[in-house]
Design a protein around this ligand. Structure first.
Ligand code: ZN
Length: 685
C-alpha cells in the first residue's frame, strides 16, 4: 500500500510531463537569449563558398547539416554573410533558397534549404543573419528547357538548352511565368517610381549612374569573362527600398535571427566609379541645397568636371558627400526600423546589423540602429592594434564582429602559407589580436576571396578549434570597458575629410590609401608603438549623430589626446573645458601607464571585467625563418591601475604562462615567464 504522504512514484507519464516542462522552459530561455546579442559574439564569416571555385555573389552554396557540427566545434554564436543572398537575383529565386524542395539525393548528404539551416543553427544556439546585398542588382546567363519551365544551367553555362537571361529585369517584366511567380504576387499594386510612373525594369529604374547617365556596375563582385552583370543599385530610389523590404520580409519568414544590411553606405559606394547622378540623387541634392530644378551633373559638365578625377577640387563635392551622409543615415534607419516592425507584426524579434565597411565615421549616425556592429576591414594586415582600438571605441558597449578583406592586404598570402602548413601563428595572431584589443575577429568558413581568385578561405580546422575553444572557455576575461588612462578623441567634424582624402576615392579592388597624414591616426600609432593601453572616444558631428557624452563619461581618463581636433561642437568644447584631467595635442609619454623592461613588440589592453582587471598581451615578434612567435623567456612590466589588486592568475592558450605580482600603491609589477604569443593575466582584489 502506498501511504498518502509518501512521495509520488515516478511514472513514465509524470517523467514525460516534467521533462516536457523543462524543455519548454529551456526553449523560452533560449528564445530570449537568442534574440539578445551577447557581450562578446564569436562570429563566423560563413559564406561557405566552395574551395577552388569562384566566390559567386549573390547566391551562396546550399547548406549541409555537417556544417552545423563544424560551427559547434568553432563555438560559434553568430554567422555573418551567411544566408539568403538571392534576392538580388529575384524574389522567387530567394524563396527557392529559403523554402525550396531538396531532392532525396541531396538529403543523403544532409543538404537543407536555408530556412531549415537557420532552424538547425538555432537549435544549437547559433544566430544566423540573413544577408541583404543592398547595392547589388544581378543579371545572369542561363539555359532553359524548350517550354521555359526548367532551368538547365545558370551562371555556369553548359550549352544545354535555349540561352536566356535571368535576373531583376526578367522578374520585373514577368518574362518567365512558368519559372517565377509574377511581380504582382509580391507587390500587389505594382511598383511606382518617384515621378509616379509604373516601373517596367528594376535595373533601369534603380541603378546608380555616372555624370553621363551611364549605369554603374559593382565591379568587385563580377567575375571576369563570365557574362553575368552586377549593377550598382541605389537605395535613394524609393522603388529599390520597397524591393529591399520584400527581401527582408522573406528572410524573416524564413526564420533568421538577424538582418544584415550589407553595403550600408549605398550610394556612396558609387563614388569610386564617378556616381551617383541618378534622378533621385539629383532631385534630393537640389532639395538639400534648396535650389529648385538644379541638376548637379549638368552644372558640373558645363564647367568641365566629370566627377571621376579631381574630386577634391570639384565644386560642391564636399556638400554632395554631406548630403549623401544624411541620406544613408535616413534610409539605413528606414530599413532597420522596417525589419523590426515586420518581425513584430509576425510575433517575432530580429536583430539588425549592417556592414560598416572599415568602420568609417559615415556609419556613426547609423550605429544606434544596429544591435551588433559588423564590419569588413579594408586592409587586413598582420598588425593593426590602432584600428582595433578605434573599432572598439566606435561600438561602445555593443558586440563587434570583424571580417577580413581579400583586397589590399595579407589574406591571399596568408592562405597560401596555411595551405603549405605554415603561418599558423600568423593566423592565431589575427584572431587573438582582435580579442586582446576588445573586439571579435571572425573565423573564416569559405569566406570571400574576391571575384578573380578561384578559391574560398578555409583555415585549418584544428587550428580554428584550438583558438575558438580558448576564447569560449575564457569569456570571463573579455570586456569592452577598460582601465585605460588615456582617451584619444576622434572628432568626426575634424577628421572626416582627411580620412576620406586618404581612403575614399580608391577602387575597392585595390583599396589603396593615399599619402594623407591624419593626426588622430598618428596619435594612436604613437601610443600603440609605445605599448600603451588607450581608448578611442568618439565626438560625433552633432547633427546626424547628436552629442550625448557627459563629463562623467570622460572623468575616468587621466589624459585626453585631441590631435587635430580643430572643429568641435559647442557641447564638445564645454566637455573639454570641464574635463578635470590633462588635455594634450599629441600623446605625452613622460609618465606612461605601462612601463616595460625590454624592447619586446606587443600590444596591451586592460579589460575591466567583473572579477577585476584582465591584462591582455598580444605579441608581434613573428620570426619568419622559424615561422613562429617564439615564447619570450621573461617579461617585466608595471601597470598603474586605479585600485590595488592583490592576486594574479595567468591564462594562456597553452597553459604555460606564469605570472608573479608585486603591488606598490597603484603600481602593479608583473613578472611573466614564459610569455607566449597571447596571454592574459587576471588581477583580482
Ligand atoms: Zn543615385
Amino acid at each position: 500500500m502506498i501511504c498518502a504522504t509518501s512521495p509520488q512514484p515516478i511514472t513514465p507519464t509524470r517523467m514525460r510531463r516534467e521533462s516536457w516542462f523543462a524543455i519548454a522552459r529551456k526553449v523560452i530561455v533560449y528564445a530570449i537569449s537568442c534574440k539578445t546579442p551577447r557581450r562578446m559574439e564569436r562570429g563566423v564569416y560563413f559564406d561557405a563558398w566552395f574551395p577552388r571555385q569562384h566566390c559567386y555573389h549573390p547566391s551562396l552554396p546550399p547548406r549541409r547539416l555537417r556544417m552545423v557540427d563544424e560551427l559547434l566545434d568553432y563555438r560559434a554564436t553568430a554567422l555573418v554573410w551567411s544566408a539568403l543572398g538571392g534576392g538580388s537575383l529575384s524574389l522567387p529565386y530567394l524563396e527557392q533558397e529559403a523554402f525550396g524542395a531538396i531532392d532525396p539525393r541531396m538529403r543523403f548528404y544532409g543538404f537543407v534549404n536555408d530556412a531549415e539551416f537557420v532552424a538547425e543553427c538555432q537549435r544549437k544556439g547559433i544566430k544566423v543573419f540573413g544577408i541583404v546585398f543592398e547595392v547589388q542588382g544581378w543579371e545572369f546567363g542561363a539555359e532553359l528547357s524548350e517550354d521555359e519551365d526548367r532551368v538547365l544551367a545558370l551562371n555556369e553555362l553548359r550549352g544545354a538548352g535555349a540561352p536566356a537571361r535571368l535576373g531583376l529585369t526578367e522578374f520585373t517584366q514577368n518574362r518567365y511565368p512558368r519559372l517565377w511567380k509574377p511581380l504582382e504576387h509580391y507587390f500587389p499594386g505594382g511598383l511606382v517610381n518617384s515621378d509616379g510612373e509604373p516601373v517596367t525594369d528594376l535595373i533601369e529604374e534603380c541603378v546608380s549612374r555616372d555624370i553621363h547617365g551611364d549605369a554603374l556596375h559593382a565591379r568587385w563582385v563580377e567575375v571576369p569573362d563570365n557574362p553575368h552583370e552586377c549593377f550598382l543599385m541605389d537605395r535613394n530610389n524609393p522603388v529599390w527600398r520597397e524591393y529591399l523590404k520584400a527581401i527582408i520580409r522573406i528572410q524573416i519568414d524564413a526564420g533568421v535571427d538577424g538582418i544584415q544590411l550589407d553595403e550600408a553606405e549605398t550610394p556612396l559606394t558609387a563614388l569610386q566609379y564617378g556616381g551617383c547622378f541618378c534622378r533621385d540623387c539629383m532631385k534630393g541634392f537640389a532639395a538639400h541645397l534648396g535650389r529648385d530644378g538644379f541638376h548637379y551633373g549638368e552644372w558640373l559638365l558645363e564647367q568641365g568636371y566629370d566627377f571621376k578625377s579631381d574630386l577634391e577640387d570639384t565644386p560642391l563635392f564636399w556638400e554632395y558627400t554631406r548630403y549623401q551622409r544624411g541620406q544613408i543615415t535616413r534610409y539605413f534607419g528606414e530599413l532597420a526600423d522596417y525589419a523590426r516592425e515586420y518581425a513584430a507584426s509576425q510575433g517575432r524579434e530580429v536583430l539588425v546589423s549592417g556592414n560598416f565597411f572599415n568602420v568609417y565615421d559615415q556609419y556613426l549616425p547609423l550605429e544606434p540602429k544596429v544591435d551588433v556592429v559588423i564590419t569588413e576591414m579594408r586592409n587586413t594586415t598582420y598588425r593593426q592594434p590602432d584600428w582595433y582600438r578605434y573599432v572598439a571605441g566606435f561600438a561602445g558597449p555593443k558586440p563587434v564582429i570583424v571580417v577580413e578583406n581579400p583586397y589590399g592586404g595579407v589574406i591571399p598570402e596568408l592562405i597560401e602559407q596555411l595551405g603549405r602548413g605554415r603561418g599558423n601563428d600568423r593566423f592565431r595572431m589575427s584572431l587573438y589580436e582582435a580579442a586582446a584589443l576588445g573586439v571579435n575577429m571572425s573565423v573564416p568558413y569559405g569566406s570571400w576571396m574576391g571575384s578573380v581568385i578561384e578559391d574560398a578561405f578555409y583555415a585549418p580546422h584544428e587550428l580554428c578549434v584550438e583558438i575558438q575553444s580558448f576564447l569560449a572557455d575564457n569569456e570571463r576575461v573579455f570586456a569592452r570597458a577598460t582601465y585605460s588612462e588615456v582617451g584619444v578623441v576622434y572628432s568626426v567634424r575634424s577628421h572626416s575629410e582627411l580620412m576620406a582624402k586618404r581612403d575614399a576615392f580608391a577602387d575597392n579592388r585595390t583599396n589603396v590609401s593615399a599619402e594623407v597624414r591624419v593626426p588622430f591616426v598618428d596619435a594612436c600609432r604613437a601610443l600603440s608603438d609605445a605599448r600603451q593601453p588607450y581608448d578611442v572616444v568618439f565626438f560625433p558631428d552633432g547633427e546626424l549623430r547628436p552629442d550625448t557624452l557627459t563629463v562623467d563619461d570622460l572623468a575616468r581618463y587621466r589624459t585626453l589626446v585631441v590631435a587635430g581636433c580643430d572643429d568641435l561642437t559647442e557641447h564638445q568644447r564645454a566637455l573639454l573645458r570641464d574635463f578635470p584631467g590633462e588635455i594634450v595635442e599629441m600623446p605625452d609619454l613622460a609618465d606612461p601607464q605601462v612601463r616595460v623592461g625590454s624592447d619586446a613588440d606587443f600590444a596591451i589592453c586592460v579589460h575591466r571585467v567583473p572579477d577585476g582587471a584582465a591584462v591582455h598581451l598580444i605579441r608581434y615578434d613573428y620570426d619568419e625563418a622559424a615561422d613562429a612567435v617564439a615564447p619570450l623567456e621573461r617579461l617585466e612590466l608595471s601597470i598603474r591601475l586605479p585600485q590595488a589588486f592583490s592576486t594574479a592568475e595567468a591564462i594562456s592558450p597553452g597553459g604555460d604562462l606564469r605570472a608573479a605580482l608585486t603591488v606598490t600603491g597603484q603600481v602593479h609589477r608583473l613578472v611573466l615567464e614564459p610569455v607566449p604569443l597571447y596571454g592574459v593575466v587576471l588581477l583580482r582584489p
